[in-house]
Design a protein around this ligand. Sequence first.
Ligand code: BGC
Length: 616
Amino acid sequence: MPLSYDLIHSSSTIPMTTMTRHETLAERADALLARMTLAQKLGQMMMPERMAATADDVRDYHIGSVLSGGGSAPGTNAVSDWVAMNDAYWAASMDEAPGRLPIPLLYAVDAIHGHANVRGATVFPHNIGLGCTRDPELVARAAGVMAREVLATGVDWTFAPTLAVAQNIHWGRTYESFSERPEVVASFAAGYVRAVQGDLGADGVIACAKHWVGDGGTTAGNDQGDTAITEAELERTHMTPYYPALDAGLLTVMASFNSWNGDKCHGHRYLLTDVLKGRLGFDGLVVSDWDGVDYLHEDYGTAISMAANAGIDVFMVSVEWKQCLALLTQQVEQGVVPMSRIDDAVRRILGVKLRFGLFEKPRPAARVWSNDPAFGGLAHREVAREAVRKSLVLLKNDQTLLPLSRAARILVAGKSAHNRGHQCGGFTVAWQGETTNEAIAGGTSVWEGIQALTPMATLDESGASADAASHDVAIVVIGETPYAEGMGDLRAGGRVQPGSQVVVKPHTLPPYGKTTELAQLHPDDLATITAIAAKGIPVVTVFIGGRPLVVNAELDASQAFVAAWLPGSEGQGVADVLLGDFPFHGTLSFAWPASAAPSYKDEAPRFPFGYGIVTG
Ligand code: BGC
């Protein structure tokens, strides 16, 4: 059970002898609540996107939190731009003009594999790779570094960890999932939350477990789809990772876009209130996902009241927050949403802010870690590099081709050999990710990593110059190109509803592809491998991608095959292992499919869950 904030005393820094009486955080929250007008309360419940809300809006509408959607960054996207932006929002929230009650604002981002929205951040492997390390201590260290980089920008809250237990690789968010097994996801949850939140002092940021609940279990792996399973199965597979996160003192939870047996989670009073806040005793706040409230009902006002009454405390409403605020006000005034529900939501919001010590923190620019020069620095990148090394899974190694000798004449080929954008995947600088080296400031591509270890390697992405007389071996780096959310779905047809994007609705986009077979999604990859192999050069294939795909042809044409997932900015970690400085350590956190049948789980996998040739 999470620690109740009634038990934490706000005045704990005052020596016992001078204290007559502790005022509990709950009492402080209640005292504030008693002084708040309806407008001030409902303002706390709004979370607009930064592009849709100015600092003046924060002051005038008493807004409680603001977020950056994927790729949304201030100024030139430098750390100092973020601090300046947060400072301006914070100052507006603390304005003491008549009619205002200063309550510090929370700023939130998707730091889900590092603070990767920010240029120059240390970008860690996406969760699927971290899952293959089976190393909760390492993952917690990575989360701690990430939190420190978040603090450097004056941001308070990250929408991480994702605790999805992806059950179908067709889902475009598979890479956000540590594993298809709940126990593996759960093994990372508590350490991650503790590393991010710290002791809720100057070293921590607020964590947010997402997406409650069943996001990884939708039929056919459709993003924002329906999870049609029994309650016992929902609990066993999808709730399991939340228990240790809650025990670790998790402060916030995000509602999920998906439905459970046809009923949308955003309007699900049983799941949000009865189970999460009731049975599991969660006393933090529940934030809605990006405009996730909108889909509850065609009448927006009704949708808003359904969400509020179901248990949503903070409304992430991107652009149309003024309309949301006006309609919520109306619903309260008409008694559709009872005042007791509003008070409960605001008490939770204030409780999170108080427990986080937000009222005691100075303005963002004056905080301990703001503009920390360690942001994107070597010490942080070393942790990411270690995570890359330990996340690699060696699937095939005929004649013990790997590790390669530094003396070997290595041809480095493939479209992702020298592409830090591809390595990082979605949710990196841009919401859908980037496709160039330039967009990812700092770090190393796989090629740059190899080059740093041996002068005997040459780069030719096309592989056209392959020649057995000059090359002893080829490393071919292939795989998926970046995507995020539903745009990464593999669906037979149709279009998908985008999530975190500032667009005018309704708006849909095409999915990534129609099949789980890489040779159909990216035929050039197989062509590069087979052309090099046909010249009698042994091929080491390195797969970059957000999920295991059917790669039978690529595997058969390669003598060695390494799954590198989406390793992030530190391609050096891949080179470290290929050239034998460190052993292969990772084991599959998802079964690897053998066929592109839609129900791939029914097939005998090409490699079972837990497989991986470990070399040390
Ligand atoms: C995603 C969330 C994310 C939010 C804010 C949504 O589209 O589903 O995971 O935290 O956007 O960017």
